[in-house]
Design a protein around this ligand. Structure first.
Ligand code: RP5
Length: 291
């Protein structure tokens, strides 16, 4: 099993921070898609769960040529599983989402339910595709806003946490630091970060048989430390900035990043460890009420 390190944490974090079974989750994986994907087969709310019989459910099959080109059994530098699931050495049986079920062809089924597309789309792994999301915040003492280090994604222009995929065998805190540096130019040791969430991500690339899961860690910086950071957008980013966390911006973040930011602000509002004043915490609580 190609599990990122520290997987034992997920039970607690998954249940308390961002519950994928909560109402409103698994929306983007049914309604959004990258431009190269075929249109998703419409899946109404009451027919998402696999346990609910959906006669006539015939989602289009899609696997990107980029994924096929990166088949690791044919290309030594490839990052993708072979297209024939029978050639995958160990089909994932569990993920951060818990035990996985497979269909009659042996393909792992999306733990949240139907997405309207079969196959892997743009994702390399059958089943969970693991990412890591570094959430870096500061308080802007001029405006009083909480700000987050964010990138404008190259693929769709949405603002996002500067996260990325966990490389094979890589420790998650290494991925967090690597992605942060590659995408924003900021160098930080993420080993000390506070785990906000581990689990399923409502990503527009998700399919019935391949989906994103992440580990999100938070670090809050003092104004002085943040001011010393030199921001530089990496290859996956059109831009990088300290993004003021105002309601409209937070709601429009990529994938599940709105939920991850809300969970982060919830922790900041309630805990002593970030070094925030009671006044800051009070403002964050008021802001959370608006979201
Ligand atoms: C999201 O995709 C994760 O939360 C993470 O931010 C991101 C990783 O994918 P890439 O940025 O590498 O495309 O689901």
């Amino acid at each position: 099993m190609d599990f990122p390190a520290e997987a034992d944490f997920f039970g607690k974090v998954h249940m308390t921070a961002v519950n994928p079974e909560a109402r409103g989750w698994h929306i983007k994986a049914r309604t959004e898609r990258p431009p190269e994907y075929p249109a998703r087969f419409p899946v109404p709310d009451d027919l998402v769960l696999w346990e609910t019989v959906f006669p006539g459910y015939t989602p289009p099959y899609y696997v990107s040529p980029v994924v096929l080109k990166n088949d690791c059994t044919k290309n030594p530098a490839g990052w993708a599983d072979p297209e024939d699931i029978k050639e995958v050495r160990e089909t994932p049986r569990e993920s951060f989402s818990g035990a996985l079920k497979c269909d009659e062809a042996g393909r792992p089924k999306n733990p949240v339910g139907r997405t309207g597309i079969a196959g892997r789309g743009l994702l390399g792994k059958w089943g969970p595709n693991y990412a890591a999301d570094p959430i870096i915040t500061r308080i802007n003492r001029v405006t009083g806003d909480v700000e987050m280090l964010a990138i404008k994604r190259q693929d769709n222009g949405q603002w996002a946490i500067p996260g990325g995929m966990v490389d094979k065998g890589e420790e998650v805190s290494k991925t967090l630091a690597r992605e942060l540096q590659e995408e924003t130019g900021v160098v930080l040791d993420m080993a000390e970060g506070h785990v906000i969430y581990r689990g399923y991500v409502d990503d527009p690339r998700n399919t019935d048989h391949a989906w994103m899961e992440t580990t999100a860690k938070h670090v809050h910086l003092s104004g002085e430390t943040a001011a010393r950071m030199n921001l530089r957008a990496g290859s996956d980013a059109r831009a990088v900035r300290w993004l003021p966390l105002v309601p409209e911006t937070v709601r429009n973040l990529y994938a599940s990043h709105c939920a991850l930011v809300k969970a982060t602000l919830g922790e900041m509002a309630g805990q002593e460890h970030t070094g925030l004043s009671e006044n800051d915490r009070e403002k964050i609580r008021a802001f959370l009420d608006l979201l």
